[in-house]
Design a protein around this ligand. Sequence first.
Ligand code: GRF
Length: 203
Amino acid sequence: KSIVVLISGNGSNLQAIIDACSKGYIQGEVKAVIANKDSAYGLTRASEAGIPTAVLSHIGAASRESYDQKLIQSIEQYQPDLVVLAGFMRILTPEFVKHFDGRLLNIHPSLMPKYPGLHTHQRAIDAKDTEHGSSVHFVTDQLDGGPVILQAKVPIFPDDDITSLAERVHEQEYRIYPLVIRWFCQNRLQQRADQAWLDGNLL
Ligand code: GRF
């Protein structure tokens, strides 16, 4: 299967996906990495792996709609079976989401439906939650709210700060995101309307 990954930053999840593809854990290939910022370190990771990159800056774009149209065109050059959002820090238009319906994944660092949006680690600490985590989900019109495919839970300890907690969550993300992409590439995973199905079972 061919995969296009969208990033805005460090790209450590991208790295986990690239590694999983090269090991054959994911039966797929990252055909391109597209960022909305030229400073995204994930672009360097992609280049080092010999993967084509593109930067499509949102600065100066006439509108969210026109940016997303360009983004669709840029992605479609690679005819991907799957589009993976890996720390892509933009809210996507309904048109974009619809275009990639059923083949658009995101990872959100919370135990969804908790904490849509930003600063999830801080919010979990502030709320004195005893557990936190990350969720891989199909993307729908709902911000950080599409059907959840797989979650990883981690404990929150009393002496945790954002850094220690984020690190614990990240370690789990490097397991669950490649696993979900593996399932997708094995044709085991499907989105039907607002539901995610694995091997014919509702998740
Ligand atoms: C991850 O924690 C992911 O859950 C969130 O953004 C972060 C991206 O980190 N959507 P990285 O760029 O993959 O290192």
